[in-house]
Write a protein that binds this ligand. Structure first.
Ligand SMILES: Cc1ncc(COP(=O)(O)O)c(C=O)c1O
Length: 444
């Protein structure tokens, strides 16, 4: 049964973020259903989704309450144009979203993370135009950042493998280099940034300040760049500098938002409010392609006026305010509040870190363990030498294949193994994950 599906799939479907030739030695798994932490295949296998399906299934698969809410919405309507209409689901969702971060009390919707990033950057640019800050037309972002795959989002990012072929049409973002990486909250450097490092960053920024419209960044955890964690001190310093220099801070909370780091928004670790925050992935708990950009009233007011003034933000997308996504997002927010998901994640984050610590102790094949909330990552090394494997050995890919055979879907980033399970994963499922990773590392 599975092989029939696979052959049709590989004949027609060009899979994302994949070298299709790899599928000849490592075919896709044929998923029939998904429940909680697990994917169930047509061949009767049960595979743990240890990365929450590209980081979005924050409450696991097929959550019964969200399923009910989505069904309720479908009974009314599944989608309507969101210009010149409103509805109960969306207005309640908007109110709740505008309460998750004091100071951010307006929301604009789109249908994926990259679109939210582009919208936030466009908004910043237009804000300065509307305010007659004519010179503010440039952006900066962080080295090693990732913000999505459309051209502007790729330009904001700094992951060469995704962007190399597109350089000729990408736009220039200044890349902020001094990032004070740490191993997590327990790191003595968690709350500090070397003064010299900040001075260098400040010098770089000072040169650009008159032209800079916004700085975009992933707060505290850089995801696709290798699950790297940095001190909140950098964001505190940047917040101060950007206020002094009339530059926007755009927090790309697409991966980190909705409790992933133990806070609703990862910016809370630094105690800062950005000018704009991009949300997606956990927004609907992975139920629908939906994203949102939050901003505050003073920012919004720069776009407000008579039509003839030309201040309006005229960005549109067909599925803006997608009703099924909105119903899922609204129920997700209710579950987060009632079940205190963020507090639970913060309390249980040591369980996630412990998994990789156990693997490192048992196998000697991991180093540089870092973790925050329900994210933990480490780099694969040769246990005999303690050094990374040659790139062409593709240790991460080999580990991925072995772990899949052993019952977990892990998909490392290069040779960086990471776990990012649903935020409500029961402890016994985490124990099972630990055993699978140890067994797989041992046979690598
Ligand atoms: C931080 C960050 N920004 C933006 C995106 C892009 O989101 P999407 O894949 O929905 O376009 C991602 C996706 O992984 C992300 O992690």
């Amino acid at each position: 049964m599975g092989s029939e599906i696979i052959s049709k799939d590989l004949k027609y479907f060009w899979h994302p973020c994949s070298q299709m030739k790899d599928y000849e030695i490592f075919p896709p798994i044929t998923v029939e259903k998904a429940r909680g932490s697990y994917l169930y295949t047509t061949d009767g296998e049960k595979i743990m989704d240890a990365i929450s399906s590209w980081w979005c299934k924050s409450l696991g698969h097929s959550h019964p309450r969200i399923k009910k809410a989505v069904k309720r919405q479908i009974d009314n309507f599944e989608h309507i144009i969101s210009a010149n209409t409103c509805n109960r689901t969306l207005s309640e969702l908007s109110e709740r979203l505008c309460n998750i971060c004091p100071g951010l009390d307006k929301v604009f919707y789109a249908d994926n993370g990259s679109a939210a990033v582009e919208i936030a950057l466009k908004m910043s640019l237009q804000y300065h135009k509307n305010m007659r800050n004519q010179r503010k037309t440039k952006f900066a972002s962080f080295k090693n950042g990732y913000h999505g795959e459309t051209i502007l989002a790729l330009s904001a990012g700094d992951c060469g493998i995704y962007s190399e072929p597109f350089r000729p049409i990408m736009t220039e973002f200044a890349k902020i280099a001094g990032i004070p990486y740490v191993s997590g909250k327990g790191d003595p450097k968690w709350n500090s940034m070397p003064e010299l490092m900040w001075k260098k960053t400040e010098k770089q920024l000072d040169k650009l300040k008159d032209k800079l419209s916004a700085i975009i960044f992933e707060p505290i955890v850089q995801g696709a760049g290798g699950m790297k964690i940095y001190s909140p001190e950098l964001l505190k310093k940047l917040r101060k500098w950007t206020i002094e220099n009339n530059v926007h801070l755009i927090a790309d909370e697409i991966m980190t938002g909705f409790g992933r780091t133990g806070k609703m928004l990862a910016c809370e670790h630094a105690g800062i409010t950005p000018d704009l925050a991009c949300l997606s992935k956990g927004l609907t708990a992975g139920w629908a392609p939906m994203s949102a950009v939050l901003c505050g009233t003073p920012f919004y007011n720069a776009f407000y006026g008579d039509y003839s003034e030309g201040r309006a933000f005229l960005h549109s997308s067909t599925y803006c305010g997608y009703a099924i996504g909105a119903a899922a997002a609204l129920e997700t927010l209710k579950i987060f509040e009632e079940e205190k998901i963020c507090e639970q994640v913060e309390k249980r984050s040591c369980e996630i870190r412990r998994i990789l610590e156990n693997v490192a102790a048992e196998t000697g094949a991991l180093r540089n363990i870092r973790s925050l909330g329900f994210i933990a990552a480490a780099d694969i090394v040769d246990p005999h030498t303690g050094k990374p494997f040659e790139k062409d050995k593709r240790a991460g890919f080999e580990f991925f294949r072995i772990a899949m055979k052993n019952g977990a879907f892990l998909r490392p980033l290069g040779d960086t193994v990471y776990i990012l399970p649903p935020l409500n994963t029961p402890p016994k499922v985490l124990d099972e994950l630990s055993n699978i990773i140890i067994k797989s590392m041992k046979s690598l």
